[in-house]
Structure formats: C-alpha cells, structure tokens
Design a protein around this ligand. Structure first.
Ligand code: PCA
Length: 202
C-alpha cells in the first residue's frame, strides 16, 4: 500500500484552533493508502525538521501539507513554493533567522533556485473539488510565511534526492463559527476536500 504523509498546523496568531490541524486530525483511515499525520508547530525552526525526520525514517510515497489561509473564502490548491521567508514572527516570537529583533526577509535555502512547482496533480485535484461543489481555486502564491517555507523546502528536498514524489500544499479558509467577520467553510467540507485531494494524490 502507498504511504502518504499528511501535515496540518497548530493554532497561531492568537487563534484558539487551526482548521488545518483539526481537518488533518479528523481524516479517516482508508484501504486506499497508509497515512501518517503530523500536526506541526508554527515555528520556523521546527516545522520542516519534523517533516524531514518522518520523511527520512518512513519514506512516504507522497506528501500533502495543509495550512490556514485566514481571509480566503475557498480551498486553495497551491501551485508554487518560492525561496523567500518573509519578515514575519513565528509562534515563539522569532524571525526565520532565529532572532527576535532582526526583521529581515531571507531565502528559505541560501543559493537554491527561486521557486519550485508543486508536483501533485493539481488539475485533477481542483477538478475533483469542483465536482464535489467545494469552493476551491488554484493559488500561485502560498505567501512568505511557514506554509510557503514547508512547500519550498519539501520540493527542494525532493529535487535534491531525485524523487518522483507528488508533493503539494492545500490552504484552507477559517472554519465556520471560528471567527467573526471572516470568510469560512464548514469543517466537514474541508475534511471532504482533503479526502478528495488524498485520493487523487497517488
Ligand atoms: N498558516 C500559515 C502558517 C501556519 C498556517 O496554518 C501560513 O500560511 O504560512
């Protein structure tokens, strides 16, 4: 059976929950593939290293990462990771360089190329989401925070290791009832979106 590593995030930015972590935790076991889940801290230092550890030990056939894009009204199928960490503090109050003071943009990986395209079947995934009438769209920027850092770092590792591995990132909106005055979707619909994505992944 093929092995898929699926990751979500812990809450950040003052939120009490993160729909990405909640939806990943709720994903049901299936006969289609073996799944390992990780719920990551929103930390420049720890998030990707947790993925890397499981990747190296467990050798998954595919990797799907999931995060929150607060303010988005739709599920976003991310297409590109860029080599840029924004000057944005993480959950520990630190910038990407580990400093609490030095607010500077920096590359995700020094000297590495500018960008990588996600390698999951984005068109098949978006079609499946549309067919299920889940509000969804392509996104050509995963931002410059930790979600982009994960997507870029994973694609760079795949390229270094010459692996034929589907890797991608899904950004979710807020869950209904989570926050006043922001676009949102029912958590159950976002779980369904991830299940569809996973079944198209390999
Ligand atoms: N969203 C952030 C980081 C964690 C999350 O859920 C992002 O879009 O980078």
């Amino acid at each position: 059976m093929k092995k898929i590593l699926v990751t979500g995030f812990e809450p950040f930015g003052g939120d009490l929950s993160n729909p990405s972590g909640e939806a990943v935790k709720a994903l049901a076991k299936t006969e289609q593939y073996e799944m390992k889940k990780l719920i990551l801290p929103v930390s420049w230092k720890c998030a990707f290293s947790e993925i890397e550890k499981v990747w190296d030990e467990w050798q998954p056939d595919a990797l799907l990462m999931v995060g929150l894009a607060g303010g988005s009204p739709a599920v976003r199928v991310e297409r590109i990771g860029i080599n840029l960490c924004g000057a944005i503090k993480d959950i520990d109050g630190l910038y990407a360089n580990g400093s609490a003071e030095c607010a500077e943009e920096q590359p995700v990986i020094d000297g590495e190329r500018e960008a990588f395209f996600a390698t999951y079947p984005a068109e098949k995934i978006l079609n499946a989401l549309k067919k299920a009438e889940i509000p969804s769209k392509y996104s050509f920027s995963a931002g410059t925070y930790i979600c982009n850092e994960l997507l870029y770092s994973a694609l760079a590792k795949r390229s270094r290791e010459s692996k034929e591995m589907p890797i991608g990132f899904i950004h979710l909106p807020y869950a209904d009832g989570q926050k006043e005055g922001v676009p949102s979707l029912p958590l159950a619909q976002m779980i369904a979106a991830l299940e569809l994505t996973l079944s198209e992944l390999i």
